[in-house]
Design a protein around this ligand. Structure first.
Ligand code: GDP
Ligand code: MG
Length: 300
């Protein structure tokens, strides 16, 4: 039997570089699994791709570079920190660039961050289907001068061109290791968790720091037909927290729902109808979380 390989690959890049599109292309529209620590850890395992004898675990760290301007107020520091930890702890970092445009300050921002991280880095120029050949070469050269990449790939995440080469490279170069997620644990059921996780992330982003820790998001309905219908309840422990979450005339909950819906639509690749409810339930944190804990075990 061949040796098994397994490892974490984090996709980073400026907004709109195509991270979600690439994640979807590699893992399929299905979200394979989410850690049961979903609601305590801020990093997201977006999907798992089994390729040959390798298990490629894709981690998404959305938003952490795109909100630099008002990061302090808007994004809980712990989200950023955990996202950064997952970048630092990864085996590979895919630095994704929209190669159809000139290199932008947002690209540089991300590049500067990953530059000194030890994980192996791959330069992936995306949108080659609409990129100018000359520009591609110029960008490849410029970016390789700025950072020590193992290899450069040119792909179209939208059309799939070049993605197989990238996958093959990961398959061959991940460390020898047992698979972290046993085959029988890989299902699409955790899409529910992912959906809860994303709404919770938006709560973190929009509310002040202490509040989100007193929250619990549960996906009560997840119905996939042509579109996906999702009902979620946000549990909180006091009426005053509830009114903060709901906001003036529902403005806060509306904003959170809108952000969450957009993200889910992007990740799941289908139209999302998201309904959020806020309920006060004292001592919600004493409840067991049967679905969350028993169905999937995270093997460390
Ligand atoms: P993210 O913000 O990095 O997650 O970027 P998205 O995956 O949401 O992609 C941003 C936009 O770029 C979307 O409209 C995609 O359809 C488009 N896009 C992504 N990859 C490609 C590609 O390879 N070619 C073209 N032409 N468009 C792409
Ligand atoms: Mg995205």
């Amino acid at each position: 039997m061949n040796k098994r390989k397994c490892g974490f690959t984090v996709i980073v890049g400026a907004p709109n570089s195509g991270k979600s599109t690439l994640t979807n292309y590699i893992t399929g529209a299905k979200i394979s699994i989410v850690s049961p620590k979903a609601q305590t850890t801020r990093s997201r395992i977006t999907g798992i791709k089994i390729s040959g004898d390798s298990q490629i675990i894709i981690v998404d760290t959305p938003g952490i570079f795109s909100l630099q301007d008002n990061l302090k107020n808007k994004l809980n520091k712990s989200i950023v920190q955990t996202a950064k930890n997952s970048i630092e702890g990864s085996d590979f970092i895919i630095f994704l660039v929209d190669a159809s445009k000139p290199i932008k300050p947002n690209d540089e921002l991300v590049l500067n961050y990953i530059k000194n991280i030890e994980s192996k880095k791959l330069l992936v120029l995306n949108k080659v289907d609409k990129a100018d050949k000359q520009k591609l070469l110029e960008n490849t050269q410029k970016l390789n001068e700025e950072c020590n990449f193992e290899k450069t790939f040119m792909i179209s995440a939208l059309k799939g061109g070049g993605v197989a080469d990238l996958e093959k490279y990961l398959e061959d170069n991940l460390p020898d290791s047992n698979w972290i997620f046993p085959e029988d644990q890989i299902t699409d059921a955790p899409a529910r968790f992912l959906a809860a996780e994303i709404t919770r992330e938006k709560l973190f982003m929009n509310l002040n720091e202490e509040l989100p820790y007193s929250l619990y998001v549960e996906t009560e309905l997840y119905e996939e037909k042509k579109d996906i219908k999702i009902h979620q309840t946000i549990y909180t422990s006091t009426e005053s927290h509830k009114s903060i979450i709901v906001g003036k005339q529902g403005s806060m909950i509306k904003k959170i729902g809108e952000q969450s819906r957009k993200d889910l639509q992007n990740i799941l690749g289908k139209k999302i109808h998201l309904f959020l409810f806020v309920k006060v339930r004292e001592n919600w944190y004493d409840r067991r979380e049967p679905y969350l804990v028993s169905q999937i075990e995270f093997k460390e």
